[in-house]
Design a protein around this ligand. Structure first.
Ligand code: SF4
Length: 228
């Protein structure tokens, strides 16, 4: 572990509410398969029907910056801030991302968000993975399109698809907003709900230029494992 490179002040004791922090393998998106340290923030302000991190919905202790940085192994290049919903604690997330990306740490920072809170002000250096929630989630009534202006070409929009209705809504989002011109697109089946084969067939039939993804960590450790 690296040594903390700054001194804590009394105000830093309640920096970020954290549900869990652990090193594993990135299971999703364009960084899938790479070693990654995950900082899972506590608390979420929506309730997706298929949420696979119920432990983070309303729990989490406040950690200092120093404690967070001490948990990240020096050799790890990729750090993902996820949740819960990280943007509930936006100011701290921006500050933490900036520290992680700058020297001497020089990490690649991924930010995973539900897409219902504004991405304005997220540093350019952060790789954003934003959900667009679909009808099957029960949380599709948010103005996700307001965030499109803040996405870079290299960022990712993720659709978690529960059934055919979700896929059809995905197609209409992509076509209406030309999302494939904005950033990279991920199609992810709700675990156990849609067969990958079916999702691939639908994608090819509709000529959708996206990446089908599985949740690699669930294949490795099982669907219910946490902290991996
Ligand atoms: S946004 Fe994420 S953490 Fe919140 S309910 Fe949905 S899946 Fe769970």
């Amino acid at each position: 572990m690296h040594k903390p490179f700054y001194k804590m002040t009394p105000n830093e004791s309640k920096f970020l509410r954290v549900s869990e922090s652990y090193t594993s393998v990135q299971g999703e998106g364009s960084h899938s398969g790479l070693p990654c340290h995950f900082i899972r923030t506590g608390v979420c302000d929506i309730r997706c029907s298929w949420c696979d991190t119920p432990q983070a919905l309303s729990s989490g202790d406040f950690w200092s910056k120093e404690k967070i940085l001490e948990t990240i192994p020096a050799w790890i290049r990729l750090v993902q801030i996820t949740g819960g919903e990280p943007l509930i604690q936006k100011a701290s997330v921006i500050e933490l991302s900036t520290i992680l990306a700058a020297e001497p740490l020089g990490k690649k920072v991924l930010l995973e968000t539900g897409g219902h809170r504004s991405l304005e002000g997220i540093p350019e250096s952060v790789h954003i993975v934003m959900d667009i929630k679909l009808p099957g989630s029960g949380e599709d009534n948010h103005a996700f399109e307001k965030n499109f202006q803040y996405l870079k070409r290299s960022d990712e929009i993720k659709f978690v698809i529960k059934d055919q209705q979700d896929f059809e809504k995905t197609v209409s989002w992509i076509r209406e907003y030309k999302l494939d011109k904005i950033c990279n697109l991920l199609l992810s089946p709700v675990w156990g709900s849609v067969k990958l084969e079916k999702l691939v067939t639908w994608m090819l039939e509709e000529s959708i230029d996206a990446r089908i993804q599985t949740q690699l960590h669930k294949i490795i450790w099982g669907a219910d494992a946490t902290g991996v």
